[in-house]
Ligand binder design. Structure first.
Ligand SMILES: [Zn+2]
Length: 180
């Protein structure tokens, strides 16, 4: 069975990416970060989930997004590929922050490479070097991964984990690893 844990390290990284790239539409209070293990999808690195509008109306709940990284694949990537993957996932969240997605017709490698270049340049200029403030020492990382517990997102809307992360469809965008 797939296991979920809160990913504070990923949250810190998307906070920094959003600050540096000026993603002002991104409501970080309503964007949860989850690290999952045991996903059946063999090629997925990360996914962006949104709470569909009908669920927002039914609960009722405010818009909510979840950035999920698949531990078995995401954690093995280089720092650069991880940052690009996170930028890619954030690009799926539209300016309206309403629960929908921008799809791969506009979220593509060219856009991500451009934003990554900008991110790197501005991060270097910010004084303490690219990514230095988001480094989490290994013992802490291990500690947070060991805490396998229900997904953080449930807390936002009083939902169960299964409701909060309803699987790949509807309301999710899967991002496979590029073919070798
Ligand atoms: Zn994507």
């Amino acid at each position: 069975m797939i296991q979920y844990e809160q990913a504070e390290d990923i949250k810190a990284r998307i906070r920094r990416i959003a600050e540096i790239l000026g993603f002002k539409h991104l409501d970080l209070e309503r964007t949860a970060c989850i690290r999952s293990r045991g996903s059946a999808s063999r090629r997925v690195l990360a996914r962006c989930h949104g709470l569909p509008r009908i669920m927002q109306a039914a609960l009722p709940a405010k818009p909510l997004y979840v950035i999920e990284v698949i531990a078995e694949r995401f954690d093995k990537l280089s720092r650069e590929e991880q940052d690009k993957t996170l930028i890619h996932e954030l690009c799926h969240i539209p300016k309206s922050f309403g629960g929908g997605f921008k799809y791969h017709d506009c979220v593509n490698r060219r856009l991500v490479d451009k934003l990554y270049g900008e991110f790197q340049k501005k991060a270097m200029g910010s004084g303490n070097g690219a990514g230095s403030c988001i480094w989490i020492p290994a013992p802490l990382r291990r500690a947070s991964r060991a805490e396998i517990r229900p997904v953080a997102v449930a807390a936002f809307a009083g939902m169960t984990v299964q409701q909060a992360v309803p699987g790949p469809r509807p309301g999710a965008n899967e991002d496979p690893a590029p073919l070798p």
